[in-house]
Design a protein around this ligand. Structure first.
Ligand SMILES: [Zn+2]
Length: 414
């Protein structure tokens, strides 16, 4: 398990031992995001590979412990994470104009989002590092997820959310027993306050933006998707992009599977940002590895990130895969939410943003009609009821409790 050899800075390339550094590169500062490096040869020599994976009956994401930064014998949270369904929606494929459209429904995770993969690993890691208190700044999902796993592992959780965090996510935080600070300001303000509190008060900071282990948890999304699609890898894997951690994590997982011969080819990555929070799309267009921060404003709260911290990993993942980054409007996002629901799947705005991106990429010819696409739907629609009501764009009919009232209402609607 966990053959970590180093933490390597994505900016300057310096390597650190795991016990030397907690979050980011001391030489580059906060922009020096660290990447966890494993000894793949040693893993292979110890028998890790397609056969061992195939023989493993564990369907949760802990089946990838060999590729996670977790020491042997660590206590794992009992509620299963991962093992989410991947299924085809032929009618949606037809509507989007592609030959195959697959959805990986991450809303089926225990707290309703993809973030459970990251938070579960970060919570286990916090315990392993000897912390009893964890904290996190989040637009909502990462926080509610960290609160859920803290409840399971007996950790104390302090959460910093911006004012726009949906009520449902705050309710989740409270019911899981976290102390919640609603910060009067943006996500950026919440993020900076959380970092300061962690440093000063000695808490373990799970904020995906700087925590090198959170992205390793997200990696299991790619590992799982790759295993599920082995032998029939799609042309594109689509996901919405805020901070950049999710797309980079999925890409790393897919690359590891190819390294170990579980899959024989890699898909292209299609990242979609909301127009109101799209600094990485600007960087993508200009061919740069840096970006100006923006005042984030989008209905897709989970990707409402004006200053992506993992942007470098995200841009490199997209470029390395021969993929693209596109942006879509809030109207397109809400339309995609209604569209996906019409096919039976209820996603939150950020979860469906990538679907609007696929449509956009089809219109502009970036994705072809004969291509096969998997969209990673990152969060349940129940996370944000107000946006769902906007997307549905219809109202219930209030009636007296009589059949006559039903008939009258039907007549009136005719
Ligand atoms: Zn560095």
């Amino acid at each position: 398990m966990g053959q970590v050899t180093a933490l390597e800075c994505v900016r300057c390339g310096r390597s650190y031992r795991e016990d030397e550094v907690l979050y980011t590169c001391p030489s580059c500062g906060p922009s020096g995001i660290l990447d966890v490096v494993y000894d793949y040869e040693a893993l292979e020599a110890n028998g890790f590979g397609p056969e061992r994976l195939a023989a493993n009956p564990d369907r949760t994401h802990w089946r990838y412990l060999d590729l996670l930064p977790i020491a042997p014998g660590a206590a794992l949270p009992p509620v299963p994470v991962g093992g989410t369904p991947l299924f085809q929606l032929p009618d949606l494929a037809e509507r989007l104009g592609v030959v195959e459209m697959w959805i990986k429904d991450e809303g089926r995770n225990p707290t309703g989002s993809f973030k459970d993969r990251a938070s579960s690993v970060a919570a286990v890691k916090a315990r392993q590092l000897g912390f009893q208190t964890v904290c996190c700044a989040s637009t909502g999902n990462a926080a509610s997820s960290l609160a859920g796993f803290s409840a399971q592992l007996g950790l104390t959780a302090f959460i910093f959310v911006p004012e726009f965090a949906p009520e449902e996510k705050i309710a989740q935080l409270l019911i899981f027993g976290a102390t919640v600070f609603v910060v009067k300001g943006s996500y950026l303000d919440a993020y900076e306050l959380c970092s300061e509190a962690a440093t000063t008060l000695g808490w373990y900071n799970r904020s995906a933006a700087i925590n090198p282990y959170a992205i390793e948890g997200k990696k299991t999304g790619g590992l799982e998707l790759g295993e599920q699609m082995a032998g029939r890898m799609p042309d594109w894997v689509s996901v919405s992009v805020g901070d950049g951690c999710t797309i980079a994590g999925i890409w790393k997982g897919l690359k590891e599977l190819r390294r170990f011969g579980v899959i024989d080819r890699l898909p292209r990555m299609l990242g979609t940002q909301a127009k109101g929070a799209a600094p990485l799309v600007q960087a993508w267009r200009s061919g740069e590895e840096q970006w100006a921060s923006v005042e984030a404003n989008t209905v897709a709260d989970s990707i409402s990130v004006g200053q992506p911290r993992n942007g470098l990993k995200a841009l490199r993942a997209v470029r390395e895969s021969g993929g693209v980054l596109v942006e879509v409007s809030d109207d397109q996002i809400l339309a995609a939410e209604a569209d996906l629901a019409a096919h039976g799947v209820f996603g939150e705005p950020a979860g469906v943003t990538g679907l609007a991106g696929i449509q956009q990429a089809r219109w502009s010819g970036l994705v072809g009609p004969d291509e096969r696409v998997v969209h990673v739907m990152t969060g349940s629609g129940l996370k944000d009821a107000a946006s769902a009501r906007r997307a549905a764009d219809r109202e219930p009919t209030v009636i007296e409790p009589s059949l006559g009232a039903v008939q009258a209402a039907l007549e009136a609607a005719r």
